[in-house]
Every structure is written in structure tokens, then in C-alpha cells.
Design a protein around this ligand. Structure first.
Ligand code: ADP
Ligand code: ZN
Ligand code: ZN
Length: 739
């Protein structure tokens, strides 16, 4: 062996913090092997797909123990330098194993070592211009069955992919070819990108919109890095600003990455972009098949897709000509992954924009406190859209004191009469309650017994439609007891209300009126949410009732009254972000009302009408409330004025989790420096969940760098503790809730 062997650092999907050293494969010219290519390497007795991070060896493994790369899987780097840097940054910032970050960045099929080639996206369509010959079909029952299968898929006339047709059974292809030979169906190849027709001309932008577009993209070419908060009330035309910027980026020959919080918002945005731009647009989210995800990823990586719309993990997609990043609804919690690699896609997007020297737009009607603080302190440019586009007037907010009021299924008499008035005038009403099911508690009126989950510290929710009790935390389900298991009294009663119960009350009060309930229970099956939203826009449902689902980006122009049934849930919540989230929620729900010419009204039912948060929100709007909350955070030393990391541990026996965290506390205390403190360990707010006991240790530092140096010193020590292998634990950097 030569004294200076050619080697490579390879990230493999194992829980190790570092890349591993390997020797160049035999028989290949090592010069060909570059960073960003996938390779197959031996790890223990397994053979894994890894990504070459860099040329050279760490020197930590002595030469004779080094193993060889077995195979090179790519002819050219799959990941470019930007993406490799983003992966390295993510691994170090979240103190997460490098190989697992790589795994998050790659679509599953590529992670598994599959070829980096687009599949021919084969589709089949029933030809509408040909009439079928029933006599022939009667003699070919299998072909008829395949036709029936295609018809049953309800694709709205869109072609059906071969992947989907394979669901018919192994003979589908033979049958499809037979049908095609008769000219009844046809085979088509589709690009992974939607080829948009475009051509719709934009409305003339108002002065605020023009100022935003001009401020973010002032010249004809990309102006370089800058973070821009686009702070605009709902309906103020933020999406028009995005499109104005996208048009400029496309003219400059650039690609655009648009991150959205929910899969549900992708089709909506995709449609708007398609009407406007005639460029290939790819989308990337969890609702797609693995093949479609791989293809959309490759189309972006190769530069074919001009626009990529995606959820969280799309932030890792290589885009060689990237010129602009948009993060829509930047305050939304779903940008933060809540398990495994707990990254925040918005924060990584900002890092990426700096690395790739492009502008990034963070859009929201209710910016997160982190973002708002940066804007107020001048680190981010702050662009405000204060007017609603068109003639729409902002809704009027009103707090309704429900103390001493008799509520019927959570509805006060005043709210009911306001609803009645609107319904009689042929207008639409939206009622919001963030609790699904019939009632959150089932209680025995005789002895006080309540139905609780055997595996969690939580009550079981009564679902009337299915007549079941369900735990919303672990999924445990059971029947509704006919009598109290404790004292035998008959018929335990529902206490409190969820959307099901409100719906029942409304249908009694408004017989014959269409009431549409939209929550996780009514939208469980595929396509149900879209169908419901479609129906909500029609005239058949004067009353809409729903949970948080309804507050996210959906526009209901006919809604003139929004009722918030229970604002107290959020006011009483102890989590440090609860008030921020409540303010965002109230403003977002309010934003659904009065978008067209009719002014909207928002009624918030509460037992605490004088609560400073509600009062500030009413008098000064979201920004005033946010400034007040920022001040509270500063005084209490919480983010964004402090930097947090949360160590969570869980175990079947509480002592095991607690023992680990006590050991962890010792380690962190020993490595602690000025500007840092440890809080806990304490039980999680819901101590027992799905049969496991959960505890946590909070690490806090005044400066981000202090926190990261502290973690870097302590984690290797922690990893080496015997307790750390006996307990399930995780680290969450910048946790967004302390649960
Ligand atoms: P946001 O994203 O802030 O909720 P949108 O961009 O969706 O707002 O705009 C809300 C509505 O107003 C849309 O129907 C949009 O087409 C329209 N709109 C936006 N800007 C203008 C404008 N400058 N002139 C006319 N209509 C506009
Ligand atoms: Zn009882
Ligand atoms: Zn449970």
C-alpha cells in the first residue's frame, strides 16, 4: 500500500456524527470520483449507499484498517457544492448525524441507490372521442374490468399513471396494450414538470406592491443576498408580489424555490403560477409517489424545472441556477420538522440564500417573533402591505364576553343571532373551534369519573359519529361505556364541545341550511379536503365550521362573519409560544372574512375580555401584539432573546428517562460557561404518552455561538455515557414548543 493512499470522506446513513474514511475503489481512476457522487461502501457487515462529502482522509483511522469504496453509483455529482455545504451546516447546527441529513436531502429512491434518471412518466387515458363497442367488451371481461378500474379512479379526465394502473393487478399491462390496440385508451409520456400555459397578465400592482418588488429585485439581474420580510395582511396581494419577483427571476434565466407549509397549499399556488408563467414547474411534497418525488427532484437538480414549489424538505433540492427563494406563511410551525432531524426549513432557506447569494422573501400576515425582531432591528428589510387589494376592507374584530352567558354547545346567544342575521341575508359564516370530535371529556355525573387514555395523561375524546372514544395523542380507541365503570351510574355525559357537537347544535338551530364541517375527521380520505374546500366556495353551505385546517391560506370570499368559539384555550396554555400562536391564529382566521366588497366581522368568544393580548390585538393589530409579546420574551429571557436546545428523553419506566437526564445535566453543567444555563430535568407537560414517560432538560444561552460551542463540547461526552444507549432521547435545537 502506498504511504499516501487516495481516500474519500463518505457520509453514510448511520447514527454517527461524522463522515467515514474510505479508500478509492479498485480499478477506477480515483480522479473521476468527486464530492457529491453516491457510492456503495461496506459498513460493518452491511453495504450502504453513501455520498462522497470530500476528497482526502481525516487521518483518524490508521491506513491498514481502511476499507475500500465498492462501487461508484453516479457518473456526475448528484449534489452540488451548495447542497453539500447546506448538508454540512445542517448537521453541525442541529448536531445531527451527517449521513442522516444526507438521507433527508435525497428522495427515497435516490437514497436507496436507484439510478439518477427520470422515469419515463408513462400515463394512460381513456379516449373520449371514440365510442366503445359493448359487444366486443362483453367478450373481453378483463379488458372491461381494467376500463372500469380506470373510470373508478376519478382523476377528472386526467391521464392515469402506470404506477396507479399497476394497482389493478399483474395483468394490467397486457390488458392496457390490448385496449390501446383497439384505440380505446392511449399511452402518453409526461414530463415531471407541469408545462404551464401561462399568458395571464398580472393586475397593475399598487404602490406598496411595486415598492416591495422594486426593493427586493431592483435591477434586471439578481441583486444578491438579502432577507426580506413581506409583511402583508391577508388579501393584501403578497402572492402577486411573489409572482412579480418570479417573473423578474425567470427573465434573468434563474430558477425559483417556493416553500409552502402544507401540501394542501401546493395545488392552489401551482394553479396560479401555471396561469401566469409558461415555464416548467415542479412540485415536491409528501402526497406524491416516490417516483414522482424523485423525478421532480431531478428536474430541479438538472435545471429543467424553472420553479419548484415544495414543502419543508424541498429546501435541500439542488438548483443550479437559483435566483430567488420565497417562503410563504413563514410563521407556520410545519416548517419545523418535529422528529428525527429537527430542522427548520425557513431558517435553512435563509442560510442557503446567503450561501447562494440570492434574495429570500419571507411572507406572512402574522410574522413569527424571530423574523419580526430581525425586521424591526434592521437585519431584514421590512416591506409592508397595509391595504387589501381591490376594494376589500379589513374585518372588524370584536371580543364577546361570555362570562355569565348560557352557552349551547359552546355558542352564545349573541353569536347565534349574528350568525342568523348573516345567513338570512344570504351571506356565509365561518365558525372556528380548534377541537374535533363531539366532546373532549366523558364524565360521570354521579361520581366524577372521566374516560381517560390508559396509555397517556389525557382524556379520551368522544366521537359521536363513530360512537367511539379516541385518544388524540396515541390513537387508542375504545367503545363508549353504557354505564360508569366506577359507580355503575347510567350514561356518562359529554363535557365540553368539539366540532361534531357544534355541528349538531347548528343543524338544530338552522334546520335545512347547509352546514359544512371541515376537520381531520371529515377529510380523512384522499381528495376529501379539496372536495370540501370546493364545496365551501359554492352557495350550498351558508355555514362553515372547522378547525385550524380552515385557517391556512384558504380564501373564502363570501364569508362575512367569522366566529371564534373558544379563545380561552390559547390564553390559558402555558407553553411560551402559546400567545404568539393565538395571536397568529386569530388574525389568520379573521383574514378569511370580508375579502370581497362586503366588510367582514370577527367575533371572539372569551371569558377574559380584558386580557392584554386580546385588547392589544383589537386596538393595535398583530404588530402591536407581537411587539408586546417580544417585550415579554425579552424580560423572561426566552427566544428570540435567548437560544434554546431541548433534550427530550422517554422510557417505559420513568426512572430510566430521569436517570439519563440527570446524568445529562451533570455533563452540561460541567461544560457550562458564562451566558448559559440548564433548566430541569422536569416532566414533559404531558408526562405519559403512548405508554412512555417523558422528561426534558432545557439548555439556554444568551448567544447562539455560546449554545453551539456548549453542545459541541458536551454531546460527545453524553454519547459516551452508558445511560445514553439505554434511553430513547433526542436533541431539539431551537425547539418551537417545549412538549
Ligand atoms: P395574499 O397572498 O396576500 O393573501 P393575494 O396575492 O392572493 O393576497 O391577493 C388577494 C386577491 O387580490 C387575489 O384575488 C389577487 O388576484 C388580487 N390582487 C392582488 N393584487 C392586486 C392588484 N394589484 N390589483 C388587483 N387585484 C389584486
Ligand atoms: Zn360514576
Ligand atoms: Zn393516548
Amino acid at each position: 500500500m502506498s504511504s499516501n493512499p487516495e481516500g474519500f470522506r463518505v457520509a453514510v446513513p448511520v447514527p454517527l456524527r461524522q463522515a467515514l474514511d474510505y479508500l478509492a475503489p479498485t480499478g477506477n481512476n480515483p480522479v473521476l470520483l468527486q464530492a457529491g457522487m453516491r457510492v456503495r461502501v461496506p459498513v460493518g457487515r452491511r453495504h450502504l449507499v453513501g455520498v462522497v462529502m470530500a476528497r482526502g482522509l481525516s487521518g483518524e483511522v490508521s491506513g491498514h484498517r481502511l476499507r475500500r469504496i465498492e462501487a461508484i453509483l453516479d457518473a456526475a455529482p448528484l449534489l452540488d457544492e451548495v447542497t453539500l455545504d447546506l448538508i454540512r451546516f445542517t448537521a453541525s447546527y442541529y448536531h445531527h448525524p451527517l449521513g442522516e441529513v444526507v438521507a433527508t436531502a435525497l428522495p427515497k429512491l435516490l437514497r436507496a441507490g436507484g439510478p439518477a434518471r427520470l422515469s419515463i412518466m408513462e400515463h394512460w387515458r381513456i379516449r373520449s372521442d371514440i365510442s366503445l363497442d359493448d359487444a366486443v367488451l362483453a367478450r373481453a371481461p378483463r379488458q372491461r374490468a381494467l376500463l372500469d378500474f380506470m373510470r373508478s379512479l376519478e382523476t377528472g379526465g386526467q391521464p392515469v399513471s402506470s404506477e396507479t394502473l399497476a394497482g389493478f393487478g399483474p395483468s394490467w399491462r397486457t390488458l392496457a396494450h390490448a385496449l390501446a390496440a383497439r384505440g380505446w385508451i392511449e399511452r402518453i409520456e409526461k414530463s415531471p414538470c407541469t408545462l404551464a400555459s401561462g399568458g395571464e397578465s398580472p393586475p397593475p400592482l399598487n404602490s406598496e406592491q411595486l415598492a416591495a418588488v422594486g426593493g427586493i429585485w431592483p435591477a434586471s439581474t439578481c441583486s444578491g443576498f438579502g432577507v426580506h420580510l413581506l409583511d402583508g395582511v391577508t388579501g393584501s396581494g403578497k402572492t402577486e408580489v411573489y409572482m412579480g419577483l418570479i417573473a423578474k427571476a425567470l427573465e434573468d434565466g434563474r430558477q425559483v424555490l417556493v416553500l409552502v407549509p402544507e401540501i394542501g397549499l401546493t395545488p392552489q399556488l401551482l394553479k396560479r403560477f401555471q396561469r401566469r408563467f409558461s415555464v416548467p414547474i415542479a412540485s415536491l411534497h409528501s402526497g406524491l409517489s416516490e417516483t414522482a418525488r424523485r423525478d421532480a427532484w431531478l428536474a430541479s437538480q438538472s435545471g429543467e424545472a424553472a420553479i419548484l414549489i415544495g414543502t419543508r424538505s424541498a429546501v435541500f433540492t439542488p438548483m443550479p441556477r437559483l435566483g430567488l427563494i420565497v417562503v410563504d406563511e413563514e410563521h407556520d410551525a410545519s416548517f419545523k420538522q418535529q422528529d428525527g432531524l429537527r430542522y427548520h426549513a425557513r431558517d435553512l432557506a435563509v442560510w442557503r440564500a446567503r450561501r447562494q447569494q440570492v434574495p429570500i422573501v419571507l411572507g406572512s400576515a402574522t410574522p413569527s417573533l424571530e423574523t419580526l425582531r430581525h425586521a424591526l432591528e434592521g437585519h431584514y428589510r421590512h416591506h409592508r402591505l397595509t391595504r387589501r387589494a381591490g376594494n376589500a376592507r379589513p374585518p372588524r374584530l370584536r371580543v364577546l364576553d361570555i362570562r355569565h352567558n348560557r352557552l349551547e354547545a359552546g355558542l352564545s346567544a349573541q353569536l347565534m343571532s349574528a350568525v342568523r342575521e348573516r345567513v338570512e341575508q344570504g351571506e356565509q359564516v365561518l365558525l372556528f373551534l380548534n377541537r374535533r370530535g363531539y366532546a373532549p371529556v366523558l364524565i360521570c355525573h354521579e361520581c366524577g369519573w372521566t374516560a381517560s387514555c390508559p396509555r397517556c395523561d389525557a382524556h379520551l375524546t368522544w366521537h359521536a359519529a363513530s360512537y367511539r372514544l379516541r385518544c388524540h395523542h396515541c390513537g387508542h380507541e375504545t367503545t363508549v361505556p353504557a354505564s360508569c365503570p366506577e359507580c355503575g351510574a347510567e350514561k356518562p355525559r359529554p363535557l365540553g364541545e368539539g366540532t361534531e357537537r357544534v355541528e349538531q347544535q347548528l343543524s338544530t338551530a338552522f334546520p335545512g341550511e347547509g352546514i359544512l364541517r371541515i376537520d381531520r375527521d371529515t377529510t380523512r380520505w384522499r381528495g376529501a379536503l379539496d372536495a370540501s374546500l370546493e364545496a365551501a366556495h359554492g352557495k350550498s353551505f351558508p355555514i362553515l365550521l372547522g378547525t385550524q385546517m380552515l385557517t391556512k391560506g384558504h380564501h373564502f370570499p363570501r364569508v362575512t362573519l367569522v366566529g371564534v368559539l373558544d379563545a380561552d384555550q390559547g390564553l390559558y396554555n402555558v407553553d411560551y409560544r402559546a400567545h404568539e400562536q393565538l395571536a397568529q391564529l386569530l388574525v389568520q382566521v379573521a383574514g378569511r372574512a370580508g375579502r370581497a366588497e362586503r366588510p367582514g366581522e370577527v367575533i371572539i368568544q372569551t371569558h377574559q375580555p380584558e386580557h392584554p393580548l386580546l385588547q392589544t390585538l383589537l386596538r393595535g393589530g398583530y404588530e402591536a401584539a407581537a411587539v408586546m409579546l417580544l417585550e415579554e420574551r425579552r424580560i423572561s429571557g426566552m427566544p428570540p432573546y435567548a437560544n434554546l436546545a431541548l433534550v427530550r428523553a422517554e422510557a417505559v419506566r420513568p426512572e430510566a428517562a430521569m436517570r439519563f437526564l440527570e446524568a445529562a445535566r451533570e455533563v452540561f453543567s460541567a461544560e457550562q460557561r458564562e451566558g448559559a444555563d440548564v433548566l430541569g430535568p422536569v416532566p414533559a407537560p404531558m408526562e405519559r404518552r403512548a405508554g412512555r414517560y417523558r422528561f426534558q432538560l432545557l439548555l439556554r444561552a444568551t448567544e447562539r455561538a455560546i449554545l453551539h460551542r456548549w453542545l459541541a463540547r458536551a454531546l460527545p461526552v453524553l454519547d459516551a455515557l452508558p445511560e445514553s444507549r439505554r434511553t430513547r432521547w433526542s436533541l431539539d435545537v431551537d425547539p418551537i414548543d417545549l412538549y
